[in-house]
Ligand binder design. Sequence first.
Ligand code: FAD
Length: 264
Amino acid sequence: MNILVLVKEVPDMTKVKFDCEKGIVDRSSAESEINPFDMNALQAAVNLKNTWGASVTVLTMGPPKSERSLRDAYARGADRLIMLTDRRFGGADTCATAMTLSSAIKSMGSFDLIICGEKSVDGDTAQVGAEVAEFLDIPHAYYVENITDLNENEITVSVENICGSRQTRKLKLPALIAVTKNINSPQLPTVNRKLKSLEMEAQRMGLDDLSCFISEEDTGFRGSPTKVSKIEVPEPTRRESLIIRDDYQKFCEIMKTEIFKSRR
Ligand code: FAD
């Protein structure tokens, strides 16, 4: 069984600064790490590898420094590391990102299962997984919190309780699933793998390697129908509030005064 995990390198969102005028994240302002939801995706793949003897490939699209995250993925149990990196991929929206990722997947051969996170913590659109599945013309399930069965033909998953209903879905393979944080707890890497990961090099691919599947006009800023024109970081605000416990009479008095004030 060949499993592919999509991993995005994201900045530490507690420290990162935004370039509000250009509408971009200033990635140099904070350290980067594997998108936390993708850690769960990777762990899900490694768990399946441990049960099934599957091979786990990790694919990222990003600047050359994202190789660090791929090494981290190796330390956590991945077998093969692929990095899509090319200046022409820069500024991609979700559509151009998904089209580029799916072109790379087509060029790499076939996978039985693709696993991604439900969303990234920087762009936060939760669109890329579904778009990749559409471009590959394979079924997908989002908000997966458990893999209940897997065989060479299909996967059975349970999907987070959305609007009061928890669903079980069966998907024919190849398929894509986007996982939530509830699916598992990512494990720490072993010392041996951590040391070995320092020597690992990812296989690099650029636009020229994908020329049979995608043209330059469909990648990066040029290929992106969505433009983020401005980012506004809201000012933190505090409203005055009063917590009243077990004192219905006092609550009624306060409400009366407030209603009276608002009518004046
Ligand atoms: P999501 O769809 O949230 O990511 C889901 C999963 O897809 C991830 O967990 C990961 O497994 C996989 N994945 C995502 N990106 C990659 C990657 N580069 N390599 C490997 N796997 C990946 N774009 C729009 O189209 N519309 C918008 O409204 C929009 N708003 C934005 C707002 C902000 C503040 C920022 C910073 C960016 C915005 N973008 C938007 C751009 C968007 O973040 C990028 O296109 C990004 O490359 C993919 O979208 P995402 O981060 O939202 O991914």
